[in-house]
Design a protein around this ligand. Structure first.
Ligand SMILES: CSC[C@H]1O[C@@H](n2cnc3c(O)ncnc32)[C@H](O)[C@@H]1O
Ligand SMILES: [Zn+2]
Length: 450
């Protein structure tokens, strides 16, 4: 007796992510009510299920949707605004003044939409965001059917979103409450960085995080300067400070971590914190190198993120996987470091685990949400296929992503977004670009216009 399902997706290769290192040839994923019902051989699936829709992907690898574990989605409107600068010059002299002038609900809506369009086209089905107006981020993601982990931000300086740390916290918590019934939207605390959040704010935030069993997502040890300044000012390294404040625990997600001693690698591992690696942002800002292979060997859970498009300058998780793999090998001096399957794990289940969503997404397992990405390997550049995971990580490009489902809803179909007006998203991005550029030019002394 056959069972009815909504969708049967048949692919040349299904890579379920868990168990790791598994490739299932000619398999199908059966989806009902947005969730995975089964992963099984195609001929068996055809016998067992009657599907409302069958999608045939004869040259494709079908895997878990990518989890962009650290980004600032709305910053896609600042892509290329300030390049070739180190972190603190970039932030103090360019990004923060521009954010002070332009960031409001409309900027965050349009920037987040642009980011969602780019991420879906590149196979990302969930992003972990840290930005002003988290209410707008949550609303925008939900409206477009995208999964998001939204940051309840805290930073010591006032912005158009909140005036002080207490207001950041209370407004963030109110947004979390507003979205508690939305299965696409979850929340984490997002104190910006050790150099912008006081002990007092971190202690309060930790109290809420413990009470609500909620993760804490923070830029930590991003640059050597950050660590040296903290040592000079307080005689304490930022990671040690977080440990002293009780924040270093399995709910802690440390973004970047380019400056780590062997003892600190052990400290992170023994406290069970996750590390969210953003290799391209670290390379572009010349911030340093996260020792991912050492962290992995120590048992630390690793996620992968693009960071914002203003420091990357794209939101391409396939590209990020390739960079993460290459960089890990060079940093470790070991070509065997972070093989392709491990990097795919970082980009899917590792990120999901960091966000506390690994029982919901990150792998193709019965009962999980059908957040799926299909990549067409029928290109010169990804032939022949000895191992589809190798092709995906080392050779594929994001324009080979053909189809994407979030909670069983097909948001990308043969390369086209089904629930977004691509022209309109692009038009609004261009308008913001013109406005921001005009403002910058009007403030420059004449003759110095670039
Ligand atoms: C409090 S909202 C997030 C805040 O973070 C800024 N930001 C973007 N990228 C980075 C980075 O790599 N390190 C530190 N801060 C970053 C962003 O501009 C927002 O102001
Ligand atoms: Zn960041």
């Amino acid at each position: 007796m056959s069972q009815s399902v909504d969708t049967l997706i048949e692919a040349a290769w299904v890579v379920p992510v868990a168990p790791e290192d598994t490739v299932l040839d000619n398999h199908a994923v059966a989806v009902r009510d947005g969730r995975i019902v089964d992963v099984l051989p195609i001929d068996e699936a055809r016998r067992r299920f009657v599907a409302e829709e069958t999608v045939n992907l004869p040259d494709h690898v079908l895997t878990a949707g990518f989890v962009n574990a650290h980004t600032h989605a709305a910053m896609s409107l600042l892509r290329g605004f300030a390049d070739d600068l180190p972190l603190m010059t970039w932030l103090n002299e360019h990004v923060w003044p521009a954010e002070g002038a332009f960031v409001g609900p409309d900027f965050v809506r349009d920037g987040t939409e642009l980011a969602i369009a780019e991420m879906l086209k590149g196979g990302t089905t969930c992003f972990n965001d840290m930005y002003f107006f988290p209410d707008v981020v949550a609303r925008t993601a939900s409206r477009h059917g995208m999964r998001a982990s939204v940051g309840m931000i805290v930073i010591e300086f006032p912005s158009a979103w909140a005036q002080n740390p207490a207001e950041y916290l209370s407004k963030g918590l109110a947004v979390r409450d507003d979205f508690k019934a939305d299965p696409l939207i979850s929340f984490v605390f997002a104190p910006h960085a050790p150099y912008t959040v006081s002990d007092d704010s971190l202690e309060k935030l930790r109290g809420y995080a413990d009470e609500l069993d909620c993760a804490v997502h923070m830029h930590v040890h991003e640059t050597a300067q950050e660590v040296a300044d903290a040592e000079a000012q307080n005689g304490e390294r930022p990671l040690a400070r977080l440990a002293r404040l009780g924040l270093l625990n399995p709910s802690m997600l440390c973004v970047h971590m380019t400056q780590l001693t062997d003892e600190e690698v052990e400290l992170v591992a023994t406290h069970g914190a996750s590390v969210l690696h953003c290799p391209e942002s670290n390379l572009k800002l010349a911030s340093g190198f996260c020792p991912t292979a050492r962290l992995d060997a120590a048992g630390v859970n690793l996620g992968l993120g693009t960071d914002g498009a203003a420091s990357n300058n794209d939101l391409d998780m396939i590209g990020e996987m390739r960079t993460a793999a290459m960089l890990a090998k060079t940093v470790a001096g070991d070509a065997a470091a972070l093989p392709a399957s491990r990097v795919l794990h970082m980009a899917t289940l590792g990120g999901a685990r960091a966000l506390g969503l690994d029982d919901q997404i990150g792998s193709l397992e019965t009962g999980k949400w059908a957040d799926l990405t299909a990549v067409n390997l029928d290109r010169f550049s990804t032939q022949p296929v000895y191992n589809p995971v190798s092709q995906l990580v080392y050779a594929a490009s994001r324009d080979q992503v053909s189809d994407v489902w979030v909670a069983g809803r097909r948001l990308l179909q043969t390369g086209r977004l089904t629930a977004m007006d691509e022209q309109d998203v692009a038009r609004r991005a261009r308008e913001w670009g013109r406005k921001i550029d005009e403002n910058r030019r009007s403030r420059q002394p004449t003759g110095k216009q670039s």
